[in-house]
Design a protein around this ligand. Sequence first.
Ligand code: SAM
Length: 284
Amino acid sequence: MSSTPDSLPPLREVIATYGLGARKSLGQNFLLDLNLTGRIARAAGDLAGCTVYEVGPGPGGLTRALLAEGASRVVAVERDERCLAALADVAAAFANRLEVIPADALEMDELALFGTSGLPVKVVANLPYNVGTALLIKWLRLPVWPPWWASLTLMFQREVALRLVARPSDPDYGRLSILTQWRARPRLLFDVSPKAFVPPPKVTSTIVSITPLDRPVAEAPLEALEQVTAAAFNQRRKMLRASLRSLGDPDTLLATAGIEPTARPEDLPVAAFCALARALAART
Ligand code: SAM
């Protein structure tokens, strides 16, 4: 059993030793290049004095980098029990600064997990593609803001990353852009080629950094904001007086929010959706 970071075997060997053949159903595309995992860990900024929350450590390539870059503590949630023995080796090599929780990250109550830790929590993850967007939405739609996390440094399919940062009138602008930009600042950091993964995915990936704003771009009740964006982008090219009809009396709603009935959802800034959400909440 390895007991220092330097004596951990190469990841290819770990995968062979523990029989960690990638499973598509778990969104498994592993990063084996420790230079790249180091770059991703450094993209999260100074990790000293931080707890890092990693979803899906798999064989532990990014996990090793996060620990080597100085994270005080890494809490990693992994659904695939085949990976636990390999991760136990990483924990032993890094003096037990790694805690592995065998669980589904979608079910985790992070506030209960980190609420009293006192250290800032940075989320860093090469997310499984099949649940990446659902996890991000879970971390964005919290009732309390600022959130339990200090930053998110996440790998997404490039197509999803572009939706997070899209501005009004961009083709990728939509519900996810608004939910993200309402209370946070997303930035694209760098692309990662499919060739960097085993097995290679079909598309390019992008590392994204998301930091919470102290306060939202404009006040809005979360549920109402989700209702108006869902209705509006259900028919994104229609004028708002048509697309908001499903919410009832769109003309009054638009007048209360001070928005032209002929405006189109794809052109409307985040603050305008907030005004619509406030108008909707005030009406019900
Ligand atoms: N971090 C590793 C790397 O960079 O090589 C693995 C990344 S792989 C894209 C995604 C990982 O998430 C896999 O290890 C998979 O088993 C795990 N996973 C998938 N769904 C999960 C879930 N709902 N909760 C926790 N982990 C999950």
